[in-house]
Design a protein around this ligand. Structure first.
Ligand code: CP3
Length: 384
């Protein structure tokens, strides 16, 4: 059980639009946030980051909190997404990784065979906790301000913070290759060439990323998103056999974290139900994997822009809340074209029991941030 100071357990975010939608309810207004809402689309971010490397920014609690809060203040979105990166836990355990602007995570070496994987040493939970202290501190600072910040259109209330981690496959895709790649061939090869080494790599990564996610939730996030950005490179059979068990293992580190929610019956009396912290699972190009991505035990499935939400709803069985899925390319289209596309996403989102509006992948760095604010207003005005 989460402690009484946690925003979910304290009753600050349990009734927010976002948490209710992740729980399968349809609030009167559709909640909205954007993947990569923090970052280079914001001039205030670019200014703050001058002279600080990406991973140093992630490990500076004051800076990470400030960057997380910037888009919430500016756009009035229904959630903050914690400013960090999927490779931060790797850095915490001593893997030599840096983030190169315009490229992504780059490693001093690749981990593409059994010898490489054997060098990833056993995780010491106490040491990891100690090294993750700046992460927990950044979450606490962020949540302190979000508890006083209502999303646009809501008179009062707190804005929930979403924690996140990379799924084992997406991390393994970078580790095996030693950097970004187009088709993640090194990881897909290891999976078949040496299934034992592959399993060891996935097991290690699952524990590390699962503990990273747990740290964020314990420190105050009201939801958790697992990014398996590159899972779309896999066949359904390979995903189910070689990847899904590790993703489920990563999520086992947060599944025991629950809170009590008080439900009024309208007549003054109330009952209390116990809920676990909501979990979202997202990947790019995962149209064929959506059912399997739900089956590992998540509340909400994130959908990329290639597959309409009504089709996605059908593929996951019709009873699963969905998040998504405006094509980020539309953010640069003339407003009438963009507004029609937003309305189309909202209409198709009605095929799911609940819908959290988002993009089908991250905000492009060139995006005019005033357009994002306008999209938030449109989603909120459109109701549910
Ligand atoms: O607002 C948010 O969404 C929160 C922050 C966030 C970042 N990375 C910050 C970041 C999140 C959720 C991530 C996750 C992440 N990182 C993923 C999964 C999500 C996805 O996009 O599919 C992946 C695959 C990574 C790995 C990574 N880190 C990439 C591909 C890049 C981009 C490289 C580039 O410059 O184009 C990064 C760097 C990164 N992570 C930046 C930010 C704001 C840019 C760094 C900068 O500002 O210099």
């Amino acid at each position: 059980m989460l402690d009484t100071t946690h925003p979910l357990q304290a009753g600050l975010t349990a009734d927010s639009r976002l948490v209710r939608a992740y729980g399968g309810e349809r609030p009167e207004t559709t909640p909205v946030w954007f993947m990569r809402q923090a970052g280079r689309s914001l001039p205030e971010y670019r200014e703050l980051r001058v002279g600080t490397r990406m991973l140093d920014a992630c490990l500076d609690p004051e800076m990470a909190a400030e960057i997380t809060l910037q888009p919430v203040r500016r756009h009035g979105v229904d959630a903050g997404i914690f400013f960090s990166d999927i490779v931060v836990p790797l850095k915490l355990v001593g893997v030599d990784v840096s983030i190169e602007p315009g490229r992504g995570p780059v490693f001093a070496r690749g981990y593409a065979d059994a010898e490489g994987v054997a060098e990833l040493t056993a995780i010491d939970p106490a040491l990891l906790d100690e090294r993750a202290a700046p992460i927990a501190e950044a979450v606490r600072r962020t949540v302190a301000e979000l508890n006083e910040t209502a999303p646009s259109g809501a008179e009062s209330g707190a804005t929930p913070l979403i924690g996140f981690a990379g799924a084992p496959f997406t991390l393994a895709a970078y580790l095996a290759e030693g950097g970004p790649s187009k088709d993640h061939l090194a990881a897909r090869t290891l999976m078949h060439a040496d299934p034992g080494a592959w399993r060891a790599l996935m097991d290690w990564t699952a524990e590390l990323t699962g503990r990273f996610l747990r740290t964020q939730v314990l420190a105050g996030t009201s939801a958790a998103q697992l990014f398996d950005s590159w899972a779309g490179a896999l066949s359904l059979a390979d995903y189910e056999r070689h990847v899904a068990p590790a993703s489920a293992k990563a999520l086992s580190f947060v599944h025991d974290l629950s809170y009590e929610r008080r439900l009024g019956d309208g007549s003054g009396s109330s009952t209390t139900v116990t809920r676990s912290v909501p979990v979202v699972h997202f990947g790019v190009g995962t149209g064929e994997l959506l059912g399997a991505m739900h089956d590992i035990g998540v509340d909400t499935v994130g959908v990329d822009y290639r597959i309409p939400l009504d089709v996605a709803a059908e593929r996951v069985g019709g009873d699963v809340p969905l998040q998504g899925n405006l094509d980020p390319a539309l953010l640069a289209a003339p407003w009438p074209v963009l507004a029609d596309a937003v309305r189309d996403v909202l209409r198709r989102g009605r095929s799911a029991p609940a819908h959290v509006f988002n993009l089908g992948h991250g905000v492009p760095p060139e995006t005019d941030p005033t357009v994002l604010t306008r999209v938030v207003e449109l989603v909120h005005e459109a109701g549910a």
